[in-house]
Design a protein around this ligand. Sequence first.
Ligand code: IPD
Ligand code: CA
Ligand code: CA
Length: 273
Amino acid sequence: MHRSAPSSRELLAIALDVARAAAATAYRMRVEGVSVAATKSTVTDVVTAADRAVERQVLDALRQLRPDDAVLGEEYGTGDTGPVAPGGVRWIVDPIDGTVNYLYGLPYSAVSLAAEVDGVVVAGVVRNVSTGEEWTATAGGGAWRDGVRLRCSGEADLGQALVGTGFGYAADRRAHQATVVAGLIAHVRDIRRLGAAALDLCLVAEGRLDAYFEKGLAAWDLAAGGLVAAEAGVRVAGLAGRPPGPDLVVAAPPALFAPLHDRLAELDAAGGP
Ligand code: IPD
Ligand code: CA
Ligand code: CA
């Protein structure tokens, strides 16, 4: 049966409440001390007690507020929510994006929470756990940081562009990603590897990075930050007209997109393991 979804503004209001409380928990647990609870895909792909506690808190809060919605989270997956009915809402959560930074006490990790309706992300919030900086967006409603509407960089020259990227956790993938960076670095102003994809996308939204690309992102890395970037005028896409996804995410202002995209295609940035 078709249900009518709440407006994107209503979904954002819920996301904000839930993400702020979640970020407060992550902050408190960081102050109390962090250790590795387990590893996932490789020995460097860690999960801390905070990753789990924060996602559990988000799931519990959403179950209270929106009991019929589905949730996709990094640590606990989809749970028993089942398929999403037409008009239904699915929440996408990365409880801590930038877990390695979080583990090392580097102030660049975030809670990322987005709401999707019929497969389209319509609201998202990314909140830096350490600084409290908070980026939000609704589909068609613009991208904002702490009350200021965001617009991406106007840079059109790849040679002048500060470009963010990230690396996966598997050694063979990282080796291929390093060859891509080696082939790009002489053609741009510089490269940044800051360590939290959701925040990287938000920095592109406000021109603190000119562009960003990465292979291997999951839905929870991309959902909220991708909407923030797109609503700030950033083109967020894959290679050769494909949608952004695990193969590759390229996020760049319209004038910079083609030169960056073409260089990444030459370097086979979506290829490799
Ligand atoms: C990772 C970070 C990192 C990116 C990786 C992601 P996690 O997420 O966003 O910057 O390069 O691809 O997996 O594991 O810290 O949630
Ligand atoms: Ca992540
Ligand atoms: Ca994470």
